[in-house]
Design a protein around this ligand. Structure first.
Ligand code: GCO
Ligand code: MN
Ligand code: MN
Length: 388
């Protein structure tokens, strides 16, 4: 790993829309030429990227005829084979076309909701054909600026109806999909429903097939809301619901910057990598981010290579952390152990509760235990800065 060169076994993946991003923003036109999806997949594969993700429209232009559709499908399968790259995730573009101007699953218009379902079903068929087993739902337009127009309760009910419908469709077709809902607090809507990983986790439990559905947290989106990304990812993992991840970087409390992985928030990012690697997390290490608008076509590939290299460097830092004697000693010292009390607290019993009520504690003595977090954090800091 010391060369920090990506290998297929590292299971890195990118969305086709990341590398095909042309640098457009609300204030300026594109700065790069269009990258066709087949070249895109090929260039990713050549750089030892394990998988690609796509929205239906990234691959097959909206409204394409059957002939064009079949041609692109054939070319995609060929390039996947030639460059040893899999399709790791499929998703639907339910935000670009103006039919989705006020949402897809949460639109007032049953025709819009039905069209959205049809679009998802068609792309699930295609995703399954490409061998994807994760399907992401990012409800970018599922939100509001005018709260008088649509109540959140109504929106949530409509969204649930659509998710239940699609879970049932996947089962009926015999697909292996696990669905991952991706939260985002705002942009492009003033407010988006299901703003955080916590909102998604709570919602999943109300679905007909909760086991099929998990979360796709994105570093940038957590930080847009000023949240701790590491905590967000960890809570989803602890719930057994971390079905996919979107890695990137973001200055907090701003518009979605989709910066190159690790280019901001290095300590928090380190703990995200530590979480995934220490737990041997089974999913792909997936990047969802955009090259700077100021870059040319060559810079796009610097961005791809840089993201994977940073991940491998942070992974190496994780191994250093786990082997660092000083860090490990401090961690050992700060974790108390009291088997008798721990036994009582683990599961409630009347007897245990009685014992606990009678137990004598010396709060002042207990509070004297040293917690050398200054030393610990400084050591981690030095490790990240490359001193050790
Ligand atoms: C964003 C989103 C999107 C989604 C993608 C998948 O940047 O706001 O992350 O990139 O992840 O569209 O549907
Ligand atoms: Mn984003
Ligand atoms: Mn994303």
């Amino acid at each position: 790993m010391a060369s920090f060169k990506p290998k297929k076994e590292h299971r890195f993946s990118f969305g086709l829309w990341c590398t095909a991003n042309r640098g457009r923003d609300p204030f300026g036109e594109e700065t790069r030429a269009r990258l066709d999806p087949i070249t895109n997949i090929k260039e990713l594969g050549k750089r030892n990227v394990y998988g690609f993700n796509y929205h239906d429209d990234d691959l097959i232009p909206f409204g394409a005829n059957l002939q064009l559709r079949n041609k692109i499908i054939k070319q995609t399968k060929q390039v996947m084979k030639d460059y040893n790259i899999v399709c790791s995730m499929a998703t639907t573009n339910l935000f670009y076309h103006r039919i989705f101007k006020d949402g897809a699953f949460t639109s007032h218009d049953p025709k819009v909701r039905a069209f959205a379902l049809q679009k998802v079903m068609k792309n699930m068929d295609l995703g399954a054909e490409f061998g994807a087993n994760t399907y992401v739902f990012w409800g970018g337009r599922e939100g509001a600026e005018v709260d008088a127009a649509k109540t959140p309760e109504e929106a949530i009910k409509r969204y649930r109806e659509c998710m239940n419908f699609l879970c049932a469709y996947s089962r009926k077709q015999g697909y292996k999909f696990r669905f991952a809902i991706e939260p985002k607090p705002n942009e492009p809507r003033g407010d988006i429903y299901f703003a955080t990983a916590g909102h998604v986790l709570a919602f999943i439990e109300t679905l007909d097939y909760p086991d099929m559905v998990g979360v796709n947290p994105e570093i940038e989106h957590s930080r847009m809301a000023g949240l701790n990304t590491y905590h967000d990812f960890a809570q989803a993992m602890e719930a057994g619901k971390l079905y996919h991840v979107d890695l990137g970087a973001q200055k907090p409390n701003r518009f979605d910057q989709d910066l190159r992985f690790g280019s901001e928030d290095i300590k928090e990012t380190f703990f995200v990598v530590k979480l995934l690697e220490d737990n041997n997390w089974a999913g792909t290490r997936n990047f969802d981010e955009h090259p700077y608008r100021s870059e040319d076509e060559k810079g796009v590939w610097n961005f791809v290579e840089g993201s994977m290299k940073t991940y491998l460097i942070l992974w190496d830092k994780v191994n250093q952390f786990n082997k660092d004697k000083k860090i490990q000693q401090i961690l050992k010292d700060i974790h108390g152990s009291d088997p008798a009390l721990e036994g009582i607290m683990k599961h409630f019993s009347s007897e245990g509760a009685d014992k606990l009520r009678k137990q004598a504690f010396d709060p002042m003595a207990i509070s004297k235990k040293r917690l050398p977090y200054e030393e610990l954090d400084q050591r981690v800091q030095e490790l990240l800065m490359g001193v050790h």
